[in-house]
Ligand binder design. Structure first.
Ligand code: FEO
Length: 395
């Protein structure tokens, strides 16, 4: 069902209540998502973005209830990842000559994915499209989070269509921020930022400054996922400004994998030591195999310090540890202190190898890895507590 935002603008997207995984299995989306597309009616009619491919027929059929497709004058594609461009082939089958406004890279991506010679109009920052009472202004937003991304600003209704920026994977019937459960929304927005946008912090910071300097009046910010911002625009902008700037809270996160519980006992003893020394610090102990990987990465994102533990397995560390370390490296966290730990039986390389991986991922290493041979006895557990105390004192 479509939903009205203003007299001129209608949400025509798709709520995906079932989505649990995004980007293959790279990102968990336990609260579902939405693919937000918008229809602007003025003297000219404009469709902004589409939805993910599996919903293409449903999307086009519902769009036809809103408007005769032949009355759509322009399609604007702010970003062309499959979750937004997936329904383009279905709609273009019916209106093949309709101009598609996108960045030059947007055209490259659409051509690369759909192999169609559609009527592309390349736009760049500052280009405008007059559609009657409203003028649409395009603002390239390269690497927020793909190289093709752009924003579109509609002056008459003071709306910024920001695509993935300011969005979150969150399925809900409520369209506006003032209707939704904001705790859930902000939690998902942070998870989205940590897992998708964090590698592009420099671009986010620059783009925020550029857009704010434009002094655009904003009544609505309409992202391509989740709720539409209206009452809390400044709040989400403030959060983005903090998140893009080596964000951290007074939190230390300990993530571990374990085979026979020795490394788990080490993790718990290290946590006790941190709590003794720094009782005000929030300390989280998360199993890499029992907790969701993206929730772990979100907790790492909000931490000032991270400890990673694994038993030594075949002269290295566990596959779950390898996965988390690889993902953390890709997310390019900045300004976080780290150390490693792990139990072993004979060769004992894990702690040293994890330390090297953490350093390679950009963490500041504050101690050599802590190791325990076989199962930790009381002395070994006290050594782990002391390791935790020393780690807490590094801040
Ligand atoms: Fe929501 Fe980058 O696609």
């Amino acid at each position: 069902m479509s939903k009205k935002i203003t007299d001129k603008v209608t949400w025509v997207g798709k709520i995906d209540w079932e989505l649990q995984h995004f980007h293959g299995d790279e990102l968990s989306t336990f609260r579902g998502s939405s693919y937000n597309a918008y229809l602007i009616r003025d003297e000219k009619n404009v469709l902004i973005d589409t939805v993910w491919g599996p919903y293409d027929r449903e999307f086009v059929s519902r769009l036809k209830e809103e408007i005769d497709l032949k009355d759509i004058d322009y399609i604007i594609m702010n970003h062309n990842e499959s979750d937004h461009s997936g329904a383009l082939p279905e709609i273009m089958r019916e209106i093949p000559d309709t101009p598609i406004y996108c960045t030059k890279m947007g055209e490259t991506i659409i051509r690369g994915m759909y192999h169609q010679d559609w009527n592309f109009v390349n736009v760049k920052t500052g280009d405008t499209l007059n559609i009657g009472e409203s003028t649409l202004t395009f603002v390239e937003a390269k690497f927020l989070h793909w190289p093709d991304t752009m924003f579109t600003y509609m002056d008459s209704d003071k709306i910024l269509f920001s695509n993935d920026g300011f969005g979150e994977h969150f399925a809900c019937e409520e369209l506006f921020d003032y209707q939704a459960n904001l705790d859930d929304v902000y939690s998902e927005a942070m998870k989205y930022y940590a897992n998708i946008l964090n590698p592009f912090n420099t671009f986010v910071k620059k783009k925020l400054a550029e857009v704010l300097a434009m002094n655009l009046p904003l009544e609505y910010v309409c992202p391509s996922h989740g709720i539409v911002w209206h009452d809390h625009i400044q709040d989400i902008i403030d959060r983005y400004q903090k998140w893009c700037d080596a964000y951290q809270e007074d939190q230390i996160t300990i993530v571990y994998d374990t085979m026979w519980n020795a490394t788990r006992h080490m993790a718990e003893a290290i946590a006790e030591g941190i709590r003794e020394t720094s009782p005000e610090t929030r300390v989280l102990v998360l199993s890499m195999t029992k907790s969701d990987k993206n929730d772990i990465l979100t907790e790492m994102f909000r931490s000032k310090g991270v400890l990673v533990g694994s038993p030594t397995i075949n002269n290295g560390f566990s596959y779950a540890t390898a996965g988390i370390l690889e993902m953390a490296k890709g997310l390019k966290f900045k300004g976080k202190k780290a150390a490693a730990f792990g139990s072993y039986g004979w060769s004992g390389e894990a702690a040293k190898k994890i330390t090297a991986e953490l350093a390679d991922a950009g963490f500041e290493i504050v101690a050599d890895g802590q190791r325990v041979k076989w199962a930790p006895d009381q002395d070994a557990l006290e050594a782990c507590r002391e390791y935790g105390r020393a780690f807490a004192k590094a801040f």
